[in-house]
Design a protein around this ligand. Structure first.
Ligand SMILES: *[C@@H]1O[C@H](CO)[C@@H](O)[C@H](O)[C@H]1NC(C)=O
Ligand SMILES: *[C@@H]1O[C@H](CO)[C@@H](O)[C@H](O)[C@H]1NC(C)=O
Ligand SMILES: *[C@@H]1O[C@H](CO)[C@@H](O)[C@H](O)[C@H]1NC(C)=O
Ligand SMILES: *[C@@H]1O[C@H](CO)[C@@H](O)[C@H](O)[C@H]1NC(C)=O
Ligand SMILES: *[C@@H]1O[C@H](CO)[C@@H](O)[C@H](O)[C@H]1NC(C)=O
Ligand SMILES: *[C@@H]1O[C@H](CO)[C@@H](O)[C@H](O)[C@H]1NC(C)=O
Ligand SMILES: *[C@@H]1O[C@H](CO)[C@@H](O)[C@H](O)[C@H]1NC(C)=O
Length: 360
């Protein structure tokens, strides 16, 4: 029954594709979802056509924009992005892998439904705030008003202009990973701190050794922070301010000793694999001191991944509720037997067998 329905849907999709004749669908792959007339366009091999031509975007006779829902242009050599996209309803634009090193002012200003902009794997070293300029809206300064997700990973950014996000203040996801940031200077800090509703921040492999104090005070809804692959030796103090943080990634960092009292209040997932020099985790490492009672409180950890290090012992007190764990990865650490022994009191056996099942 479902199969038949899908077949019918696919058939209608084909008819639409033929009848609408969206120009990009002649040179790229198009996919129509749910009988909609809007196409998801994918052009990921070299295109001989110049896609930066209004012909592809709007009907010359009526001036109406063509119905593209998402556009994925990759593996071209745009280099200097200076084409101002005409108005479009698209919600997703992927310009990864295009050797882009410059973006002219306001090129995205007509894409006021765009929620996701991907600029990964380019050559951006400098990004000017005007590149992200949008259009007039009362009470806001020329916003790109729908933008929620910006991926700038795998570029050459050392620093961000402090006003970089002045037109995109509603960003919830920012990916800066694999840029040679080294130090989060005060401009970069100001830029990130202008994002009051940021929920996910990706900073893995940026060569940073810590986060500036108070960095996480403003983005107070931050839920996911990835600091993997950086020369970080201790939990940055500002993580105490990240009251909403649920997932922390510290894979492949330089921890030797995860010391007490890092105050990760609401943490549900900790990934700390491949810290190959890690020899000690303090029993109070994840705990914080409660305001009221003065006693220690533990975060509600559900997933704990701390495989591949030099830990010979893991105190069962690091987690308050072993029975609340849904994932545990402590492999392959030396002296695993000691760890198991220390946890047996807390019903560790159940999780060891869960782990073995995942192994098998
Ligand atoms: C397509 O339809 C399904 C079921 O009605 C819905 O869950 C899904 O979100 C729709 N997808 C889009 C892209 O509209
Ligand atoms: C678009 O239409 C105008 C006339 O309205 C014409 O002069 C022009 O050549 C057309 N452009 C293209 C690309 O067809
Ligand atoms: C399309 O827009 C252009 C520029 O805004 C205008 O000059 C032209 O007359 C419009 N054509 C139609 C058919 O509305
Ligand atoms: C990029 O293109 C714009 C518009 O054509 C031009 O003004 C600018 O100088 C170019 N930048 C570089 C670095 O080539
Ligand atoms: C880890 O750090 C704590 C606090 O600084 C210290 O008391 C402890 O001896 C250290 N443990 C190891 C194995 O270095
Ligand atoms: C952390 O490392 C583990 C083990 O290599 C891997 O399974 C997990 O996906 C990594 N997590 C992240 C967020 O990189
Ligand atoms: C401690 O309590 C004060 C006032 O009740 C509150 O503003 C503050 O956020 C609390 N701090 C923590 C870390 O919970």
């Amino acid at each position: 029954m479902t199969g038949l329905y899908l077949l019918a849907a696919a058939f209608i999709g084909t008819i639409l594709a033929d009848s609408i004749q969206l120009p990009f669908c002649k040179i790229c792959k198009c996919h129509f979802v749910n009988n909609s007339a809007q196409a998801d366009v994918t052009c990921t091999t070299n295109i001989q056509y110049n896609i930066f031509n209004d012909y592809f975007w709007k009907n010359n006779a009526t001036n109406e924009s063509y119905a593209y829902a998402s556009i994925n242009f990759q593996n071209n050599q745009f280099i200097n992005l200076s084409y101002t996209f005409p108005p479009s309803e698209l919600t997703y634009l992927n310009l990864a892998n295009n050797a882009i090193y410059g973006i002219a002012d306001s090129v995205f200003q007509n894409l006021q439904n765009m929620e996701t902009l991907i600029l990964s794997y380019n050559d951006l070293e400098i990004l000017h705030p005007d590149a992200l300029k949008g259009q007039y809206l009362e009470l806001r300064y020329l916003p790109l008003r729908s933008l929620k997700e910006l991926r700038l990973d795998h570029n050459k950014l050392h620093t961000l202009n402090q006003d970089l996000f002045m037109h995109t203040t509603d960003l919830e996801i920012l990916d800066l990973s694999f840029n040679p940031i080294i130090t989060i200077d005060h401009h970069t800090l100001a830029a990130i701190d202008s994002l009051a509703v940021l929920k996910e921040l990706y900073l893995q492999y940026t060569k940073i050794s810590t986060l500036p104090d108070n960095m996480l005070h403003t983005p107070k809804y931050l839920e996911i922070l990835d600091l993997s692959g950086n020369p970080i030796k201790e939990i940055p103090a500002t993580l105490k301010q990240a009251h909403s943080l649920k997932s922390l990634y510290l894979n492949n960092t330089d921890f030797v000793n995860l010391t007490a009292e890092n105050g990760l209040k609401n943490l549900e997932e900790l990934y700390m694999c491949d810290n190959i020099d890690l020899v000690n985790i303090d029993p109070m490492a994840l705990a914080s001191v409660s305001n009221n009672s003065g006693g220690a409180v533990w975060p509600p950890i559900k997933k704990l991944h701390i495989g591949n290090n030099k830990l010979a012992y893991l105190d069962s007190d690091i987690i308050a509720r072993w029975d609340a764990l849904s994932e545990l990865d402590i492999r392959p650490i030396h002296g695993l037997a000691n760890v198991k022994k220390s946890m047996d009191d807390r019903g560790f056996n159940a999780y060891a067998s869960k782990d073995q099942r995942r192994d098998g």
